[in-house]
Design a protein. Structure first.
Length: 557
């Protein structure tokens, strides 16, 4: 249920915060006062596209927030949890921001989301019916869901979908097996000689690292020997060897210590340097003894590296990935060895298809029965909504192979007047007729529907008198089970509301700007507003008396 709607700087609304109640709420006001602005603002929080022109003149952005109580919508709570969009318990806060530069931002419970995510959440929360916007009821998926809910077969629908998926999974396994089985003999032969070839190579990443290191060292052996000999000579064997120079300086400074003890630090450092240099000399001599100039070994390494590179080029991979490639071949061979028996797969697929067929036929039977009941009830309701002679039908169009939703496609069809052929609901030409038909369907399915908030925008277009009163009664009846809001110009409809809001507009004193306002009316104010709707500009006592009588009749029924 919608609890709160906050609107800032939107069209001709400066600041507005509306608190909503359960039941049937009517919105009335002069033409052009801004009655549809509330619906337009709410639509933005439900994922409709925005336009910078909707931002109030003189402001950089518009912001709309809608707070919903979702305690009775566990499917939405589950969806929010799955998408990490949780908020406070049993609540959902939808927010939309439009910037004057054309940017739009959307949020659910403070989390940034896409417009599609707003739309998905919105489908759980609000259904808007107007003569200018075909809402969820016009989509065949929504019609199917509505019929299934009316038939009370949600569990059967789930079982059909599960059975279909199991059947299709087995079908894919069987067809994949047949394709792979046909190719398996040739494939196995190819994989086996590839495995043998790579296994004989006996290649590992550790060997590759060692080969590259040895090859690099042996290829530069002469340079390494030369550098080693030079180092040993410069450090210890030359006339001006580094070790001799350090010893000489250290000895001279040691004789000076008796004159200045501060030189001890330098002497200690030179002694440390002497040790380090001596260690370097030992290591260089040891390294020189290990250097082995063996041309034959270098040739063997070259040959091995060339073999490895050749194998990698053959399979169009790098040497480093040869072990992984061999592992993949082993896995493929193992998969070929583990294929299930084809006959067993065929049997499992046929069994799964029969289970699906049986469940889907049972679902079709329930849909057929519920469709007839719904068609009869909606047709009866149409007779009182200025569509005498009209009829409504639920068509179950067969699907040759079926799908996850059964063996038929659901389509709502309507003939608005006597003599007209039945046509899909989505192709009904008159917006007013569509709104009234939708109203009739919603009233009839209100006990099984899932969307908690219904909004009707001028569903009373083209009707009056007795029909208008019937529309009001239907909306009030619907409001006993759902939260219903209706924009209306008819006093007969307005008088049936549990709550009455009046939309007005006024010019600002200090500017030419016009702002819209919405006020909840008291009982006395409702009499005046309904009297205005009855009598126009001049309101008489007789008109007020008539308005008060209409309100009294509403409460007494």
């Amino acid at each position: 249920m919608l609890k709160l709607l906050s609107i800032q700087h939107f069209v001709i609304v400066d600041q507005m915060e509306l608190e909503f109640q359960p039941g049937f709420t009517v919105l009335t006001g002069e033409t052009g006062a801004g009655k549809s602005i509330m619906i337009d603002a709410l639509s933005l929080t439900l994922g409709e596209r925005g336009d910078p022109d909707q931002i109030q003149l003189g402001h950089d952005r518009a912001e709309i927030s809608a707070l919903f109580d979702i305690g009775s919508i566990p499917d939405l709570a589950e969806w929010l949890e799955q998408n990490d969009l949780q908020g406070d318990p049993d609540t959902c806060l939808m927010r939309r921001v439009l910037d004057v530069n054309g940017r739009s931002r959307a949020f659910i419970n403070g989390h940034t989301v896409t417009l599609q995510q707003l739309r998905t959440a919105g489908e759980y929360l609000v259904s808007i019916h107007s003569q200018h916007a075909h809402q969820a009821l016009l989509h065949k998926d929504a019609q199917r869901d509505l019929l299934d809910a009316y038939a009370g077969c949600s569990e059967l629908v789930h079982n059909v979908k599960t059975a279909y998926q199991q059947w299709q999974d087995l079908h894919r396994q069987r067809t994949d097996f047949e394709k792979q089985f046909a190719e398996s003999s040739e494939k196995r032969s190819q994989l086996e000689w590839q495995k043998q070839e790579l296994s004989e190579l006996n290649f590992t990443l550790d060997e590759w690292t060692s080969l590259q290191s040895d090859h690099n060292r042996l290829s530069h052996l002469a340079s390494l020997l030369e550098a080693t000999e030079t180092g040993i000579e410069q450090l210890s064997e030359h006339e001006a060897a580094a070790i001799s120079q350090i010893n000489a300086v250290k000895g001279q400074l040691q004789t000076m210590l008796e004159y200045d003890s501060q030189l001890q630090t330098v002497v200690d450092l030179l002694e440390s340097a002497q040790i380090q240099v001596q260690e370097s000399i030992y290591e260089l001599r040891h390294y020189r003894q290990q250097l082995d100039l063996d041309p034959q070994y270098l040739q063997e390494i070259d040959k091995r590296i060339t073999m490895i590179h050749g194998m990698a080029r053959k399979y169009r991979i790098t040497p480093e990935t040869l072990p992984d490639f061999l592992s993949q071949i082993n896995n493929q061979l193992e998969a070929l060895d583990n294929f299930s028996n084809l006959d067993k797969l065929i049997e499992q697929e046929n069994t799964a298809q029969k289970i699906y067929q049986k469940l889907a036929e049972k679902l079709g039977t329930k849909r057929q029965k519920a469709g007839k009941e719904m068609a009869r009830a909606v047709t009866e309701s149409m007779q009182t909504l200025a569509m005498a002679g009209g009829s409504f039908s639920v068509a179950l169009n067969p699907l040759e192979l079926g799908n996850a939703y059964g063996l038929e496609q659901i389509e709502f069809q309507v003939a608005a007047h006597k003599g007209l052929p039945l046509k899909p609901l989505a192709k009904v030409a008159s917006g007013g007729e569509l709104s009234r038909i939708s109203l009739a369907i919603q009233v009839i399915t209100s006990q099984t529907g899932t969307v908690p908030t219904l909004i009707f925008d001028e569903v009373d277009v083209g009707i009056g008198g007795r029909v208008a009163e019937i529309v009001g009664q239907l909306l009030k009846q619907l409001g006993s089970a759902r939260q219903v809001m209706c924009i209306t110009h008819l006093p007969q409809v307005a008088a049936k509301g549990d709550h009455h809001w009046q939309v007005t507009k006024s010019a600002q004193k200090d500017s030419s700007q016009v702002l819209s306002h919405i006020n909840m009316l008291s009982k006395t104010e409702r009499v005046e507003e309904i009297a205005r709707m009855l009598g126009g500009v001049k309101i008489t006592e007789a008109t007020r008396k008539h308005a008060a009588e209409m309100l009294h009749n509403k409460t007494s029924k």
